[in-house]
Design a protein around this ligand. Sequence first.
Ligand code: CO
Length: 375
Amino acid sequence: MNEWARKIREGDTRALARAATSVENRDPRALETLRDLAPFAGHARTIGITGPPGAGKSSLVDALAAALRQQGKTVAIIAVDPSSSLTGGAILGDRIRMQQHHADPGIFIRSMATRGNPGGIARSTAGLVRLMDAAGKDFVLIETVGVGQDEIAIASLAQVTIVVLVPGMGDDVQALKAGIMEIAGVFVINKSDLPGADLVERDLRAELPHAAIVHTVATEGKGIGELLAAVEQVHAQPRHAIDLPRIDHLGIAVPDLEAAVAFYQTLGLAASHRETIEAEQVRLAMLPAGDSRIELLEPTAPDSPIGKFLEKRGPGLHHVALRVPDLPAAVARLRASGARLLNEPREGAGGHLYVFVHPASAGGVLLELIQESET
Ligand code: CO
């Protein structure tokens, strides 16, 4: 383990600050330190805080940090301004914040600006988050200044993202960029003692009926306990892992199954399953590859679906198969949107439900949807 890594694990704040700077500067020593510290990472709770300017994000972050410190948790605050080229502690609110938490070694604060490299800031932030996590911080708060694409990329580094809104922007809720609505785990209506807080909530509910919404007055510490509880609740439901379709397999049409299997074998993939499906006049081999599979398809007759595909398009990607959590619901949504389905959902050889979507609806590739099985 290198010197920095060792000192950081011993709780040396100065070493941590130097390592943070070297991560920002993409110093090779930073990579080495991150590598040495990797075994210690993975325990921090990471929370992104974003929203339009003037929503009171910094006050909210301060209130969250104070509440977490009261619980005895250690906190790192990473404030990121992708639109500014001001460096380090030059961000105004940050100086005040530094003074406020100055005496507390349980809070580590770092602010970052682009330094003329807007694309690199998300990567630097990711490195800083890993560093703070490995250093043993219980919570890493990532605050961004606005609602642009860079801010969204940075906020989505976090396990849970809080989008901060304020009264007086009721009609603007719909104008909020789509990306920010999608990454939001919890919405905060800050300064909710001002008139119009209910209007913001109503507009939010109209767009997102199931959203977690918390009212706060950050400067008075109001609603902060509820906010932390909501963050924990959202974090406990890994909704993306559950709700998102996964690639089950990629179907590749080949003229010679054995030659194709041999090729993939040189890459270390082996056929777990072989089958000839008479009804579809196809021989297939399934090759597990990580969480998904490659399905190699060879026609047993020239006028079969795969045979015709080979004749017309040549060997290549024939279909993409997605495993979805609720096939009937997916089919209903597809029908409502006017997508062209090639069959009614039917039962495959393995007892699973599946349906094909025409390439014209699916971006040019035949799409197979498979019901997520219970097991
Ligand atoms: Co398939």
